[in-house]
Write a protein that binds this ligand. Structure first.
Ligand code: STR
Length: 414
């Protein structure tokens, strides 16, 4: 029966997340105002989201919330299927991203060990070399009007080169991967195309894992294949799952970090001065950008295996919970009444939770800090007159629901 009143009552207080990302700041404030836990609608699918630092911190270590999609009531009942455009964010194959508990530790240990700050020192020179090459490419890519897209020529290829080198993905495949992930994340991609490209990527990664099984090299993919002494090796599916997660995560999120930092500095010249004069370090820029303009807007999803009370609300068994990192970064209780301001001198700038918390905390956090920590100072040293080629308001976001990504970032190199 068509009953508009019942429909309205059901929707009261539900915030529909805009797939076109037309007003990210407005949406973030609405989520924050809606409470610790907010009801959201993700393209017709209901979920909870946690919008506050303190409660997210608790939920992220709560073993009653799990990542495996089988615990989701809407999936069990067949309401959510592979036809839902966000399904690829959750049902991404068995990997450290989708498994909890002891099995999760088994899947994750080698990766997190390979990405410690100490181990990363070894690849710092490679990252510096990639950065220098891409700065040359930027110089050469200047159009007749002097405009160049900092995203396409610099911020996008750098993380791809780094994660490609780590995982042993040949350079010849980087452009293909960039294209596929762009289509994967975009809400404008029809779902059948998205499922087809995920299937193509599965074939690509499976072939890569078979090749590394036959001829191991010194990359992380080969290390994931080889068993620990006396330990159980990961299955092919598990290695493929981890590889997919690493490439997708390492690539997409770091683009956002680097570009959002540049954008924040160019639109806050006083802050840029502080760094260029050496009064505040680049690490402060990186941390404040992570807090203020998080690369990941919403992280999908965890599922309640029991009823979980949070403040006044109860997450029922089987319901899904999203972590809204952008809102969490703007938490007034955690960061003060000026949480919406970009301020690299803010005392709480390091006390953000943008990499998550608990067992699934981002294993690539140190890597992204190294990448941004090299890329940003090198960019401003090489092009001290760098500035936006269009007014800041004209930079458009990509229609990507979960990631904070822009379509292009036109700059003049000065
Ligand atoms: C993309 C599709 C895929 O094949 C595998 C994964 C697993 C890791 C996910 C990734 C996804 C999407 C972006 C994520 C990443 C982990 C970190 C990254 C969610 C679903 C973030 O944005 C934090």
């Amino acid at each position: 029966m068509n009953c508009p009143h019942a429909e309205a009552a059901r929707n009261a207080g539900v915030i529909a997340i805009d797939p076109m990302v037309q007003d990210l700041d407005g949406e973030t404030v609405r989520l924050r105002d809606a409470g610790v836990l907010a009801r959201i609608d993700l393209l017709g699918v209901p979920a909870w989201t946690v919008t506050r630092h303190a409660e997210a911190r608790q939920l992220l270590v709560d073993p009653r919330l799990v990542k495996g999609i089988d615990a989701w009531g809407l999936w069990q009942s067949g309401v959510v299927t592979r036809a839902w455009p966000l399904i690829g964010m959750i049902d991404a194959g068995r990997s450290m991203f989708t498994v909890d508990g002891a099995e999760h530790r088994r899947l994750r240990t080698k990766t997190s060990q390979a990405l410690t700050p100490r181990r990363l020192e070894a690849i710092r020179p490679d990252i510096e070399k990639f950065t220098d090459e891409l700065l040359d490419a930027l110089d050469a890519a200047r159009g007749e009007d002097g405009v160049v897209d900092l995203k396409a020529v610099f911020a996008q290829p750098l993380p791809m080169k780094v994660v490609g080198m780590l995982m042993g993905v040949d350079e010849s495949q980087h452009a293909m991967l960039t294209r596929q992930y762009k289509a994967f994340f975009s809400m404008l991609t029809p779902q059948d195309e998205r499922l087809a490209l995920l299937a193509e990527l599965d074939v690509f990664y499976t072939d890569l894992v078979r090749e590394k099984t036959a001829r191991p090299t010194d990359d992380l993919t080969s290390a994931l294949i080889l068993a620990e002494e006396g330990g159980e090796p990961l299955t092919e599916e598990e290695v493929v799952g981890n590889l997919k997660a690493m490439v997708a995560a390492g690539h997409e999120t770091t683009i956002g970090l680097v570009l959002n930092a540049v954008r924040a500095l160019l639109s806050h010249p006083d802050q840029l001065r502080l760094v260029l004069d050496g009064e505040v370090g680049w690490d402060a820029v990186v941390e404040e950008t992570l807090r203020w303009d998080t690369p990941t807007t919403h992280l999908l999803m965890r599922f309640a295996t029991e009823d979980i009370a949070v403040g006044e609300e109860v997450i029922r068994k089987g319901e899904g919970v999203v972590i809204s990192y952008r809102a969490i970064g703007r938490d007034l209780e955690q960061h003060g009444p000026d949480a919406d301001a970009f301020d690299i001198t803010r005392p709480t700038r390091n006390r953000h939770m943008t990499f998550g918390h608990g067992p699934h905390i981002c294993p690539g956090a140190a890597l992204s800090r190294v990448e941004a920590g090299i890329a940003l100072p090198a960019l401003f040293a090489r092009f001290p007159g760098l500035h936006l080629a269009v007014p800041d308001e004209e930079i458009s976001k990509l229609p990507v629901m979960t990631q904070n990504d822009m379509a292009a970032f036109p700059v003049l190199l000065g």
